[in-house]
Each structure stands twice: as C-alpha cells, then as structure tokens.
Ligand binder design. Structure first.
Ligand code: ZN
Length: 250
C-alpha cells in the first residue's frame, strides 16, 4: 500500500502536470504556439522545472483534447490540420446543413422562421455596435440553431460533433474571415429558404463553408516561429506553470 507520503507526492505530481497542461493549452489557444510547433519534452521539463514524466502526462492530456499530436520516435507537436482535413470538416457540415435546409423548407412553421429571423437580427445588431465576440458567437450559433429546428436529436448530435472539430481547427489555426460577408450569407440563406428557393440555398450553403475554409491560414511558413521559451514566458510569468516544485521522479 502506498504510504501517505507517496500518495501526497503522487497528488502533487498530478497537480503539477495539470497546471502544465493548462499553461500549454493557453499558449496554444492564444496562438503563440502555432500548429506544427515541436513540444520537446526536454525543453519543457527545463522550462517548467518538472520531470519528463510529468511533462509526458501533460502532453498526453493535450493529445486527448485534440490539441497535440504525439508521433512515435518524433515526439509531440501542436496539432496541425492539413487543408484536406479542413475541407473534409466543412464538406461534412455542408452535407448535413443542406439536408437540414431541404427538410426545413418543407416543414418549418411560422414560429420557427421567427426564431431564425430573430437570430439574424441579433447578429446584425452585434455587428452594428462592433461587438465582434458576440457577432462571432452568434455567427457560429446560427448553424447549430438551423439544425436544432429539425428537432432530430441524432442529426443534432452528429452536427455537434463536426462543429466541435471545426472549433478545434479554428482555435489552432489563425483565420482571416470576412465576418460581415459571412453573416450576410446567413441572412440570405434564411431569406431564400423561406421563399422555397432550394437550389440556391444548397449552392449558398456550399459557398458559405468554402468561404470559411479559405479564411484559415494553413501554411505557416511565412510566420516566424517563436521559441518555446518565448511562447510560454507570458503564461509562466503569471504563475500559470510553475507550481510547487516537486522532485524529478525519473
Ligand atoms: Zn456561417
């Protein structure tokens, strides 16, 4: 049976690895560590003053969250999507939403249309007052709202899973979206749908998602890579990473 001391040591190692996970996550989501950046165990162990076992635990957690890929014999890297993967994610959203649109055009009632119109209005208001975060949330929420109006739990779940992947892609890769244009397309989709112009709606949904994919920066060769030290410094300075010092358990 582990002694009280050993238990305490285990807990403290687990806490340290959790803190390191959080710090790395923040640096990745702040896009200071860009997709493809190498997360060397030795460098991280030094930076965080932790053992490589603790670092490895943190990297495994990040891999489970989809933020890091661990390659045999090569080590860990910030997850990098290929253009093909990005296209596949948005193609999947296109197919689901086109099917949903066809169904809604045939059966949405007055209250349903009103829900969509209200959402469009909120988006437009957010853009008007330059509340970009709100416009962003409402913009992403439009697609889930559309799907929720089918009242089909299975379709909603599948859509939510794909949306989850798109969120991950979005948090890792720098994007340059033309928000106004994208939000204007939402309004057009609802308008065309309500008028039963299904063929145009299908084309617009396809165009809309292509538009989003084109907004992502997939090639980072133009972006000067920051060293691990530089990328992590602001977060560690705030006390995000260096918790209670525990002995190296290797
Ligand atoms: Zn959209």
């Amino acid at each position: 049976m582990p002694s009280a001391f050993e238990k305490e040591k285990d807990n403290s190692l687990a806490n340290k690895s959790e803190k390191i996970t959080e710090t790395l996550k923040r640096a990745i989501l702040a896009q200071r560590l860009l997709p493809g950046a190498k997360l060397g165990e030795r460098d991280l162990a030094e930076k965080f003053d932790a053992s490589r076992i603790v670092i490895r635990q943190a990297l495994i957690r990040l891999a489970n969250d989809g933020l890091v890929t661990i390659e045999r014999n090569r080590g860990a890297f910030v997850k990098k999507y290929s253009l093909q993967e990005a296209i596949e994610i948005y193609d999947a959203l296109t197919l689901i939403e086109q099917g949903v649109a066809a169904q809604l055009a045939a059966r949405l009632d007055r209250a349903g249309w009103q829900i969509l119109q209200d959402h469009i209005k909120l988006q437009a208001d957010a853009i008007e007052r330059e509340d970009n975060d709100m416009a962003d949330d409402l913009g992403a929420g439009f697609h889930s709202l559309l799907v929720s109006l089918t009242n089909n739990r299975v379709i909603q779940d599948i859509h939510a899973q794909v949306v989850q992947r798109s969120h991950l892609l979005r948090s890792l890769h720098i994007s340059r979206f033309d928000y106004c244009n994208l939000l204007e397309e939402h309004s057009k989709i609802v308008d065309l749908l309500q008028r039963g112009r299904l063929k145009q709606v299908m084309e617009l949904i396809d165009h809309h998602h292509h538009h989003v994919v084109r907004g992502y920066v997939m090639d980072f060769s133009d972006h000067p890579a920051m060293s691990l030290h530089e990328a992590l410094s602001p977060f560690i300075a705030e006390g995000g990473g260096s918790g209670a010092s525990v002995g190296t358990a290797e």
